[in-house]
Ligand binder design. Structure first.
Ligand code: NAD
Length: 147
């Protein structure tokens, strides 16, 4: 079975930076991509503030916070996702945008026959996994239904 060490996240907004935080505090390497540096830095700052609140509640140490932040690489380039075993799409809720992003990822990422074990669930009715095998696994969004 394939082990996941690096997670790619598309979008550094509410969902993206929350997923990044959960993955990084669990020990995974994270590459979080957004459209510009300001959005990336805002996402990382949000994670930092959220980790500070956990420190105040004594649920995390300052050392654990630093280690988690060090695991998050912010980027504006999809090329930095190439080493990720799993990419989670968490960009702005817009079907056309999401289809475009998934097509970009299909072209960029290798097929992953052993992951996910069941067919990928699509956030967009217009997108289906490529015949070579699913390269992207993503969560259903609030406004779409998974098959
Ligand atoms: N926020 C929630 O509570 C919630 C709950 C369930 C599902 N969702 C879904 O999760 C997704 C993200 O929601 P959110 O609340 O994080 O939105 P958000 O607006 O907070 O963040 C979206 C981020 O995506 C970035 N983005 C836009 N185009 C991009 C691209 N081409 N490449 C990379 N990044 C891009 C934006 O710059 C922004 O930072 C949406 O589909 C939303 O419906 C959100």
């Amino acid at each position: 079975m394939q082990t996941i060490q690096t997670i790619g996240i598309i979008g550094a907004g509410t969902m993206g930076n929350g997923i990044a935080q959960a993955c990084a505090t669990s020990g995974l390497q994270v590459v979080m991509v957004d459209i510009n540096e300001a959005a990336v830095q805002k996402g990382i700052a949000t994670v930092s503030g959220s980790l500070d609140r956990l420190i105040k509640k004594e649920k995390l140490t300052a050392t654990e916070k630093d280690a988690a932040l060090a695991r998050i690489k912010g980027s504006t380039s999809y090329d930095d996702l190439k080493g990720a075993e799993l990419v989670i799409e968490a960009a702005t809720e817009n079907e056309g945008l999401k289809v475009k992003i998934l097509q970009q990822l299909d072209a960029l990422l290798p097929p992953a026959p052993s992951w996910p074990p069941t067919p990928a669930r699509s956030a967009s009715p217009s997108w289906r996994p490529p015949p070579s095998g699913p390269t992207v696994s993503l969560a259903c969004t609030s406004s779409t239904r998974c098959p």
